[in-house]
Design a binder for this molecule. Structure first.
Ligand code: B12
Ligand code: SF4
Length: 489
């Protein structure tokens, strides 16, 4: 009998483009401190075609709890579908954790399918909660919210974990072969070496989750955990650091790559969260070190090409720093990718054109660079952006279903941009569609046919963006139709 059943719901569109998803790191990480005598089962909607039958089977065995993770967006709808299955099958407590439940515990608990919420990090709260459930006593565990006699009770906040004290992630709880999405043709795994970020961008989930507090595993321990992982799973040939701001401490950042270089793994690395100013603080020798160690992906959040907007959103970088970073990375194999967003509150049409121009200039000045699609700004609960959006009459989603539907599709995100005119929203939608094809999509799309079609359309996309030509755009309709087909109903 499983004592603890955990469910990883489907996420969204991006996953439909990859043959295999990333490991369910949030759930695995929450299990790090669970007692060894407990039986833990992880069911993943993305890899277990028979997830429903598995879940029914496990619930029928009367476990202590069934836990679900979810970020804001469509994943909430999948988590609800699975929670319904659990509730249909037995009397088991349904417990939600993850970014969305943390930001909005009241709305989450208002749903009849959810019994408890774990706010924030799971590493200490989950073991304490499991003990409380087992003892059958009062659930007075810090970090947990629950409904008590019809009222929502939020137990006190739990302090943040010391990442250096955490044991390694128990990857053995899943079949590694089911995961390993391809990065440059290599099976990759995700790894977290730090949490949080000292900066406070208005749109980012960092503040509500981590109060802007940045913590990390020491360089030495990071290298030792990575080495252990690579030795245990020799078919892992790429590793993605999913830290929000991995180079917040430059010395630690460099020490990690020195340590990895010394251990001589045949592995490529992707650094998913790195700031422009951090890279500008590296010497050419440091960049050489990253390159020889195998760093082949560095993702930068630039967000806007307008200095006025960068200041408005608290990004704390300048356009000049972005261009300098791009120049420094030119001719290097570090896989620089620059990310942008359109539709910030207070942004004008000329600010948006500056963003498009900056993206095109980056690509012109550095043939090795790529850019992401220009995501329309989404309102994440608990962020400062959420408060700003409310003041413009943003139609507030009030339930889990509404939050799920709002962030399911770019068209629904754009439809709620109450701070923009109808014409501006149309411009953003079309620039978004074209921007999907601006740069090479090799790391995003596994299907070679789709990739070739994207490459064929690239010159048209660049022409549209360069010339602000969004009048007649039948390909926007084709794009949305294909996307909906891939996502399913
Ligand atoms: C890997 C990743 C993904 C993966 C899948 C994520 C998943 N949850 O299944 C993919 C690539 C699919 C993805 C997609 C997106 N993502 Co993403 N992604 C991440 C990333 C980089 C790492 C997630 C992770 O593994 N973290 C490490 C683990 C340990 O942390 P965790 O999941 O929060 O889990 C901890 C706690 O939350 C808690 N916990 C979590 N679940 C549970 C469950 C239970 C039962 C318990 C007890 C505890 C618990 O315990 C864990 C340990 O402390 C994070 C940034 C980050 N560093 O966290 C963003 C992040 C989760 N993504 C985010 C966003 C916005 C997106 C996108 C919308 C981006 C975009 N614009 O396209 C898309 C989603 C939709 C789409 N368009 O496809 C936001 C979510 C904000 C929010 N309010 O929900 C984050 C936080 C980034 C950010 N800085 O804002 N993403
Ligand atoms: S720098 Fe990045 S991680 Fe830090 S607050 Fe801004 S967007 Fe979030």
């Amino acid at each position: 009998m499983a004592d603890v059943v955990l469910v990883q719901p489907m996420v969204e569109f991006m996953e439909a483009l990859k043959e295999r998803p990333a490991i369910p790191l949030g759930l695995l990480s929450s299990c790090r401190n669970l007692r060894e005598d407990l039986d833990i089962v992880i069911i993943d909607q993305r890899v277990h075609a028979d997830w429903e039958a598995r879940l029914r089977r496990e619930v029928a065995k009367d476990p202590l709890m069934v836990g679900f993770t979810a970020i804001t967006g469509r994943q909430l709808l999948f988590a609800l579908e699975a929670s319904q299955v659990a509730k249909d099958e037995g009397e088991v407590p349904v417990i939600w954790g993850g970014p969305h439940a943390t930001a909005l515990p009241d709305i989450t608990l208002a749903h009849p399918l959810v019994d408890m919420v774990v706010r924030g990090e799971g590493e200490t709260t989950l073991p304490a909660l499991v003990d409380a459930l087992e003892s059958g006593g009062k659930i007075d565990v810090p970090g947990v919210s629950l409904v008590c006699e019809g009222d929502v009770r939020h137990n006190p906040q739990r302090g943040l974990v010391d990442m250096d004290d955490l044991p390694p992630v128990p990857y053995n709880l899943v079949e590694m072969e089911d995961y390993l999405p391809l990065f440059r043709g290599r099976g990759s795994v995700i790894f977290e070496s730090s949490r949080g970020c000292p900066n406070g961008c208005v749109f980012c989930y960092n503040r509500p989750m981590f109060c802007g507090c940045s913590r990390s595993i020491s360089a030495e321990r990071t290298v030792s955990h990575v080495t252990e992982l690579l030795e245990r799973y020799p078919h892992v040939k790429a590793l993605e650091f999913v830290d929000m701001n991995m180079a917040a401490d430059l010395e630690r950042f460099l020490d990690i790559f020195k340590g990895l270089a010394d251990s001589g793994h045949d592995v490529e690395y992707l650094v998913a969260g790195v700031r422009i100013d951090a890279v500008n603080g590296l010497t050419d020798d440091d960049l050489d070190l990253l390159e020889t160690t195998g760093v082949r992906g560095m993702l930068f959040g630039v967000e806007s090409g307008s200095q006025r907007v960068l200041d408005l959103i608290g990004k704390n970088i300048t356009v000049e720093q972005v261009l300098e970073c791009n120049r420094r990375l030119r001719g290097r194999e570090l896989g620089a990718s620059f990310n942008f967003m359109l539709g910030f509150i207070g942004e004008t049409s000329s600010d948006r054109q500056r963003t498009i121009d900056l993206a095109l200039r980056i690509l012109d000045e550095n043939p090795e660079a790529t850019t992401s699609c220009f995501n329309p700004v989404s309102v994440y609960p608990g962020t400062h952006m959420h408060e700003l959006a409310r003041s413009t009459g943003f139609p507030e989603p009030c339930t889990l279903e509404e939050w799920g539907a709002y962030l399911t599709d770019v068209t629904s995100i754009i439809a709620r941009m109450t701070w923009l005119s109808h014409r501006e929203r149309l411009e953003i939608e079309r620039a978004y569609v074209a921007s999907n094809f601006l740069a090479d999509t090799a790391n995003l799309i596994d299907d070679p046919v789709l990739r070739s079609l994207a490459a064929l359309y690239r010159p048209v996309a660049r022409w549209r963006l360069r010339n602000d030509e969004f009048g007649m755009m039948p390909e926007a309709w084709i794009y949305h139709t294909v996307r909906r087909r891939m996502l399913g109903p």
